[in-house]
Design a protein around this ligand. Structure first.
Ligand code: DX5
Ligand code: ZN
Length: 207
């Protein structure tokens, strides 16, 4: 069964803990989007917010920052069980090595506009491939269809890697992503803007 990681960026920030506690029993991870206002135009969560949700569910931290190496220690200490860094950021290899030293899972993320071959040199040291299906920065964008063939390509060539898909994921595309080999589906607005977040998670899980 595919794992679901609700993206907490889609939740009401005034009720973050309640939102996390609502979805956690039905989810494999809580996905935490960290943005620095430089790698992407937006600013989102810092270490303290991640730490505040520690223990509710395993934390999957997605670093959309220019210099991820500077933040690995802090997010590891905050309770991250997966940390992903972008291939478009500075020093992705050093950051991945540092994540691996912590004995947690490391992910290499890449944008829809980045050629998929760019991540191949990092697959010797990454546990997870994070296929972005929106350009990073915001919740609620439309799904880029090229993610489907990217998931298929990487799951076929690198079956031992965890494949995660992030951006515009919903009950509309969860089945095709799962069929093509996705292991973890991240969804923000599809879950938190739905009338019944748990039902939405369960439909995606069963796809
Ligand atoms: C985009 C983030 C995503 C986003 C997902 O930069 O990495 O995790 O919050 O939100 P939806 O599912 O609404 O696209
Ligand atoms: Zn994300």
């Amino acid at each position: 069964m595919v794992s679901i990681a609700p993206s907490m960026l889609g939740a009401d920030f005034g009720k973050m803990r309640e939102a996390a506690e609502l979805v956690a029993p039905h989810s494999s991870y809580l996905h935490m989007d960290v943005m620095d206002g430089h790698f992407v135009p937006n600013l989102t969560m810092g270490v303290d917010l991640v730490k505040a949700l520690k223990g509710i569910a395993p934390l999957d931290v997605h670093l959309m920052v220019t210099d991820p190496l500077n933040f690995i220690d802090d997010f590891h200490d905050a309770g991250a069980e997966i940390i992903s860094v972008h291939v478009e950021a500075n020093n992705p290899r050093d950051a991945l090595e540092k994540i691996n030293e912590k004995n947690i899972k490391s992910g290499i993320a890449f944008n829809p506009s980045t050629p998929k071959d760019k991540i191949i040199p990092f697959l010797d040291i990454a546990d997870m491939i994070l296929v972005m299906s929106v350009e990073p920065g915001y919740c609620g964008q439309s799904f880029h269809e090229n993610a489907i063939e990217r998931v298929k390509f990487f799951k076929t060539k690198y079956p031992e890697k965890i494949v995660e898909v992030d951006g515009g994921v919903s009950t509309v595309n969860s089945a095709i992503l799962t069929k093509n080999g996705a292991d973890i589906l991240v969804a923000g607005s599809a879950i938190f803007k739905s009338d019944d977040p748990i039902k939405t998670i369960n439909i995606m899980k069963q796809s």
